[in-house]
Write a protein that binds this ligand. Structure first.
Ligand code: NAD
Ligand code: UFG
Length: 353
């Protein structure tokens, strides 16, 4: 039997793509998700693409909340009782909307910080000490230097960022409390975008998209009239904001690389950027998406969005050196795969869910 991994938030955007990569690599998975920002349909499709049966030993689903200690205790106890303990946890579950985090800070501290604490307490109690955690480039705030190395100061600028930084600190404290016990990988993602090339799974934001890529996709497919480009006077090659966009399948491969490394190399506390090291502007994305889709993407140049940085780009050296991982897919691949998903599912999972 394969290694067994508990995946919190595995029905979400990044989780569903990672489940696919891990199933194909032979891992057995149990997904814990409360579906507050996702659809079970994503996992039905993951099962179909990877030719496994839902709720077989390969892929089990538990509808539940990471903040509930009884749910977690039961999952770990059942796993042990059935002689299938979890070898590791990948912790995706959390809330991620920067704007919402200003309006509902307590909710963000509850889900992202208390939820992570509850999960870690269950892991400690059941002696499961291998964890891959979803952190974010947002912990760097306004970076002084780009590309950004992991040694850059942690200086969040919004409640969401503070919640991720708090969990990173909790993991550092936990690791220090029991050296040579924990195997922790804290992955700081840059801008995850795109979709599985099948077009069967992808990003499905509820309501008005906050992020560039889903907005551009919805303009291309005719759900929105035009994109607003936030700022055309940034100190960048064309005046629009520059980001390090990473194909979600590259990100999924990065999780597999981190998990493999933790299981093989033993106790450690790794903090690692996952990004490409290349920056693309808003207009670069618009042009690449228009080329990939053959659609016109109307846009208007408007004022800067408060809280945005001009440029964020990862220094991906550590991931290359420690995980032998680097991005393989281009912006054009990202746009092609994102468009395949958007065209096949113009309303996301809702039409078929
Ligand atoms: P997502 O919202 O698509 O996935 C998160 C999943 O967690 C969803 O399926 C949601 O239903 C589930 N969830 C939320 N609260 C839960 C709870 N209390 N109990 C159980 N399940 C719960 O988001 P994503 O883009 O896949 O992001 C995954 C992780 O990566 C998050 O922690 C996010 O903060 C982090 N991250 C995302 C990005 C990004 O741009 N997408 C960037 C950096 C970091
Ligand atoms: N942008 C627009 N119009 C839009 C949306 C975005 O011009 O409608 C611009 C932004 O100003 C920025 C770029 O597109 O220059 C990217 O913006 P996103 O909102 O897509 O991404 P951010 O880099 O602002 O932030 C995202 C997540 C954060 C996370 C960060 C790094 O929202 O939570 O990526 O992972 F921390």
């Amino acid at each position: 039997m394969g290694r067994r991994v508990l995946i919190t938030g595995g029905a979400g955007f990044i989780g569903s793509h990672t489940c696919l990569v891990l199933l194909e690599a032979g891992y057995d998975l149990l997904v814990l998700d409360n579906f507050s920002n996702s659809s079970p349909e994503a996992l039905t499709r993951v099962a179909a693409i990877s030719s496994v049966s839902l709720n077989s030993t390969r892929l089990q689903i538990e509808h539940g909340d990471i903040r509930n200690p009884h749910t977690l205790d039961q999952l770990f106890s059942d796993a042990a009782a059935n002689d299938r303990p979890f070898d590791a946890v990948i912790h995706f579950a959390g809330l991620k909307a920067v704007g919402e985090s200003f309006q509902k800070p307590l909710l963000y501290w509850d889900v992202n910080v208390s939820g992570s604490r509850t999960l870690l307490a269950a892991m400690e109690a059941h002696a499961c000490c291998t964890l891959v955690f979803s952190s974010s480039a947002t912990v760097y705030g306004f970076p002084k230097d780009v590309p950004i190395p992991e040694s850059a100061p942690i200086q969040p600028i919004n409640p969401y960022g503070f919640s991720k930084a708090a969990v990173e600190q909790m993991l550092a404290d936990l690791n220090a409390s029991a050296p040579n016990t924990w195997r922790i990988a804290c992955l700081r993602y840059f801008n995850p975008v795109g979709a599985h090339p099948s077009g069967q799974i992808g990003e499905d934001p509820l309501g008005f998209p906050n992020n560039l890529f889903p907005f551009v996709s919805q303009v291309a497919v005719g759900r929105r009239d035009q994109l607003q480009v936030f700022g055309s006077d940034w100190p960048t090659h064309d005046g629009t904001g520059v980001r390090d966009y990473i194909h979600v399948m590259d990100l999924a491969d990065g999780h597999k690389a981190a998990l493999d490394s933790l299981l093989k190399e033993g106790p450690q506390h790794l903090i690692c950027n996952l990004g490409s090291g290349a920056g693309k502007s808003v207009l670069d994305v618009v042009n690449a998406y228009a080329a990939a889709s053959g659609q016109n993407i109307p846009y208007a140049l408007v004022d800067r969005r408060p809280g945005d940085a001009a440029i964020t780009i990862a220094d991906p050296t550590r991931a290359a050196n420690t995980l032998s991982w680097r991005t393989k897919r281009t912006l054009s691949d990202i746009c092609r795969d994102g468009w395949t998903w958007q065209q096949a599912n113009p309303m996301g999972y809702r039409e078929s869910a």
